[in-house]
Design a binder for this molecule. Structure first.
Ligand code: KG4
Ligand code: ZN
Length: 319
């Protein structure tokens, strides 16, 4: 079954085709327009999605050599509601026009399941750390649709912390790649930063880290601040992975979401001595392949969506 996947929940317009052999095409148009505002402006994002969605879908179908897919999957949430609506309505329209099934996909579930597209895909059950701009959650994935939250941030997401610290250092948006680039020339031991804790032992907190960076950055080299901050985030995430493995007894670990594109985090998690699956960087940040793949798994279980499915700003995976 060939599935067209459509993603428009934030600032990437992305479409891909996934078939029985894997990903046949994966086209992403990242909205550079937000750079001038220092963050994503929801209404600007919706309009930019509307401008690019048709060419992006057409490119994905052409590159895959598929005229008409067997089904269409689109992100139905969580995300910026206006942005989600663009891809969702477009996807429903295509499916209705072609007379093929439609499935609305949970964006976080798509990140969580994205390691299944890899050659060394984890078998269920596995632990999936989804670290993105809006979410930082460690799930125990028992099956498609069966996820238990093992740990989560109680305030900012890790990606949000990267973006806020980048703004503090006068770097552009998105902050993650900018911090990573600056940190390459920095010494992670130069600026002392806390490893914040949350009330529940496995949960995380990143808002205090941002405040600590502000206090510690005066007089310090920006590269050292960036490297020290990045190391602190990696320390917290690696600590929670190790403890989650101990607590759950699940030894297969997968990383997903935009922050998983970070080279230092990939290196640190890769050297924990666990069986880990870390998708390529382009599959960590928002993409259409993960939406098509999650849609395929849902459809294989007979779970198509009705055409009156609405967009959701908040939506827990598996709910
Ligand atoms: O998954 P994603 O593309 O979109 C959401 O669903 O949120 O994640 C975006 C987040 C942003 O906060 C961005 O700064 C962060 O991922 N990010 C990174 C890197 N690339 C993207 N953070 C650290 N290092 C990176 N290389
Ligand atoms: Zn995402």
């Amino acid at each position: 079954m060939f599935v067209l996947g459509i993603e428009s929940s934030c600032d990437d317009t992305a479409c891909a085709v996934v078939g029985p052999t894997g990903v046949l095409s994966d086209v992403v148009h990242s909205q550079a327009v937000h750079t001038q505002y220092g963050g994503v402006v929801p209404e600007v994002a919706s309009r930019a999605h509307a401008e690019k969605i048709v060419v992006t879908a057409r490119a994905a179908l052409e590159r895959a050599g598929v005229d008409q897919p067997d089904a269409v999957a689109a992100t139905a949430g969580p995300g910026l509601i206006g942005a989600v609506l663009v891809g969702l309505c477009f996807g429903k329209g295509l499916a209705a026009g072609w007379g093929v099934p439609f499935v609305g996909v949970n964006h976080l579930e798509a990140h969580l399941l994205s390691p299944l597209l890899e050659p060394e895909a984890p078998a269920f059950p596995f632990l999936a750390l989804v670290v993105s701009g809006g979410h930082t959650t460690l799930y125990a994935a028992k099956d498609v649709g069966d996820y238990a939250v093992v740990a989560e941030t109680v305030d900012d997401a890790a990606g949000e912390a990267f973006d806020k610290v980048a703004r503090l250092l006068g770097l552009g948006y998105p902050g993650g790649p900018a911090i990573e680039a600056l940190a390459k020339d920095g010494d992670p031991t130069k600026v002392a930063l806390p490893r914040p804790r949350a009330p529940r032992p496995l949960d995380m907190s990143f808002s205090g880290l941002k405040t600590a960076v502000r206090a510690a950055s005066e007089g310090a080299r920006p590269a050292d601040v960036a490297a020290s901050f990045q190391e602190a985030v990696c320390d917290v995430l690696c600590d929670r992975i190790v403890r989650a493995v101990e607590q759950t007894g699940i030894e297969r670990v997968a990383l997903a979401g935009g922050v998983a594109a970070n080279a230092r985090l990939r290196e640190r998690v890769g050297s924990l001595g666990l069986r880990t699956t870390i998708p390529p960087r382009s599959r960590c940040t928002d993409n259409g392949a993960m939406i098509a793949a999650a849609g395929r798994l849902r459809l294989a279980r007979g779970e198509a969506s009705p055409f009156d499915l609405t967009a959701r700003a908040r939506w827990t995976p598996g709910e």
